[in-house]
Design a protein around this ligand. Structure first.
Ligand code: SF4
Length: 62
């Protein structure tokens, strides 16, 4: 199953991903997004988060 991963080097903390899929992404103590539950939303929703991230920090890991 595909899982989203966040590149914390690229993440700017815009929180678009958290807005789109709050079950999947959370902001950590450094203001960066992290994946807390890769199965917290369907693929289409996660893809919206990927497409919406201004920093292009989210990608799929097969
Ligand atoms: S939308 Fe992108 S830049 Fe913003 S918090 Fe999520 S991963 Fe980071």
């Amino acid at each position: 199953m595909k899982k989203p991963i966040v590149d914390k080097e690229k993440c700017q903390g815009h929180m678009v991903c958290v807005g789109v899929a709050p079950e999947v992404f959370e902001i950590d103590e450094n203001g960066k997004s992290e994946v807390v539950n890769p199965e917290g939303a369907d693929e289409e929703t996660i893809q919206q988060a990927i497409d919406g991230c201004p920093a292009e920090a989210i990608s799929w890991k097969e």
